[in-house]
Design a protein around this ligand. Structure first.
Ligand code: CO
Length: 491
């Protein structure tokens, strides 16, 4: 294949073929030891990186319409004693098992994937296939593969075998949904907690906020009703509040019902309309505050904190919501025609209801996080996936460490042939400095047409180790770090 580099002036940016080669079916499920091919795995790195993302993109010769419709595939890398043990398994949801057996798609996808048979076969089929592909978290003894429109799937935390849909000990009803973006409170309420939500939406929306202690027991639970439709992918927490940004979107389901669009393709922005912040007191007492948010669209937040009666919320903003139209191939997407993700800080004055918004960086970015011990607290540093180029919209190819106090940045880049995913910051055990630890990142290696795991020093982004995986894992979604040690006995 000939690479055709996208040019920015005289500087080579990336080749579309390299980027698009990062989509495809994961062909193997493996369990094997891995050694670093460059550098060394830090001896103190003890625990497991779990990661989720679409792993099946084509069946019976038909591709998904968008990679987000691919079935979830879990990767675990268990670190200890300077070595790593890799496992990867598909989440065997009932839809996955049925479609694998049939060798073709039997369900429509939220992002526009259609069953064979044209509009006739797709119209009025409103069944959802839980694809369990968005995040994976290890909490309260459960390893959960998450997808925001359905129940979690629980997995064996070591073997990754699928146990089945999980109602979290009877907390969730059958048919209830649980977000793919729980937040982990490091101890603002006296103990570590997982804070999650579910949303039921239509002409009105009900948001259920649930908090679980370290044993997985439900310790707080409240539901709040709002007027209007809501698409909520992520949220943020502080010591006292859960903060949602309700984007100004409308949902017109006609194309979905008639079989030529996926449900997510029926969302459209409402130009000139502002979104809203929904600020829910975590203790369940008091009113929810509803405050106008800036125009635009947000998938992900980086962190939030309280400064007196001001909430500070760092998020990645887009000027508009854009979905892949029914006639477009997602692998041919024209990055230049799409809005870039821009890191912004909103300061929400709870006393006056006034919001001020500042751009923190003009560089296209996604998938940011702070040290997990600073979740919900003022954080000096953030680690975020960014484009190689300082302006414009491009695929994510570099990891940036941002100093929020000074605006200074460090960067580690995989360009021109590497494409990064969400960076996961792991604090060093016993470390005191906020940036003492490591950043783990799965990188699509366009030259090798396979995936690498890169370990960086979180403080200076020095590359400490590269592991070449015997797998080609598509550009993926979210993951998390667990202190769980799940290596087998050394071979
Ligand atoms: Co997400």
């Amino acid at each position: 294949m000939t690479a055709s580099p996208v040019q920015a002036g005289r500087q080579q940016r990336y080749s579309r073929e390299d980027w698009a080669s990062g989509f495809g079916n994961v062909l193997h499920e493996r369990s094997c030891w891995l050694d670093a091919v460059e550098g060394r795995i830090p001896m103190e790195l003890q625990g497991t990186l779990f990661r989720n993302g679409p792993g099946r993109m084509e069946r019976g010769g038909r591709w998904v319409h968008h990679s987000f419709d691919g079935d979830g595939m879990i990767l675990s890398l268990a670190f200890g004693d300077g070595r790593a043990y890799l496992r990867n398994r598909f989440v065997r949801t009932s839809g996955f098992v049925e479609e694998e057996r049939a060798g073709q798609w039997r369900y429509r996808g939220v992002f526009g994937t259609r069953k064979p048979g044209g509009v006739v076969a797709n119209a009025l089929d409103l069944r959802l296939k839980n694809i369990a592909n968005t995040n994976v978290v290890d909490w309260g003894g459960r390893l959960l593969a998450l997808w925001e429109a359905g129940l979690p799937h629980s997995l064996d935390p070591v073997s990754l075998e699928t146990r089945g849909e999980d109602q979290l000990g009877g907390v969730l009803d059958r048919g209830e949904s649980f977000s793919a973006h729980p937040r982990f409170d490091p101890g603002h309420q006296g103990e570590p907690r997982m804070v999650g939500f579910g949303v039921k939406t239509g002409p009105t929306s009900t948001v259920r906020l649930m908090e679980f202690d370290g044993t997985g027991q439900l310790v707080a639970d409240q539901s709040r009703r709002f007027s209007g439709f809501a698409f909520l992918h992520d949220f943020a927490i502080t010591r006292r509040y859960a903060v949602f940004l309700r984007n100004a979107l409308r949902f017109n389901p006609a194309g979905y019902i008639l079989g030529w669009k996926g449900a997510a393709q029926c969302l459209s922005s409402r130009p000139g309309q502002a979104g809203q912040f929904w600020i829910v007191p975590r203790d369940g007492r008091g009113e929810v505050r509803i405050i106008d948010a800036p125009e635009g669209f947000v998938f992900h937040h980086v962190n939030a904190c309280e400064e007196g009666d001001t909430l500070v919320l760092d998020s990645i903003h887009y000027s508009d919501f854009v979905s892949i139209g029914p006639e477009l191939d997602f692998r041919q997407v024209d990055f230049d025609s799409l809005p870039a993700g821009i890191l912004k800080r909103c300061r929400i004055d709870l006393a006056s209801g006034c919001v001020s918004t500042a751009v923190l960086s003009g560089r296209c970015c996604e998938f940011g996080m702070v040290n997990p011990r600073r979740q919900g607290l003022p954080a000096r540093y953030g680690w975020i996936a960014v484009a190689e180029r300082a302006e414009g919209n491009d695929p994510l190819q570099a990891i940036e460490k941002r100093d929020f106090d000074t605006g200074a940045c460090l960067c580690w880049s995989a360009a021109p042939r590497g494409f990064v995913s969400e960076p996961v910051m792991v604090p060093r055990p016993g470390g005191r400095a906020e940036d003492d630890g490591w950043v783990l990142c799965l990188v699509w290696n366009g030259a090798r047409r396979a995936s690498d795991l890169v370990i960086l020093d979180a403080a200076d982004l020095r590359q400490l180790a590269v592991l070449k995986l015997p797998l080609a894992i598509p550009h993926g979604l979210h993951g998390s770090w667990s202190p769980r040690h799940s290596q087998p006995e050394p071979a």
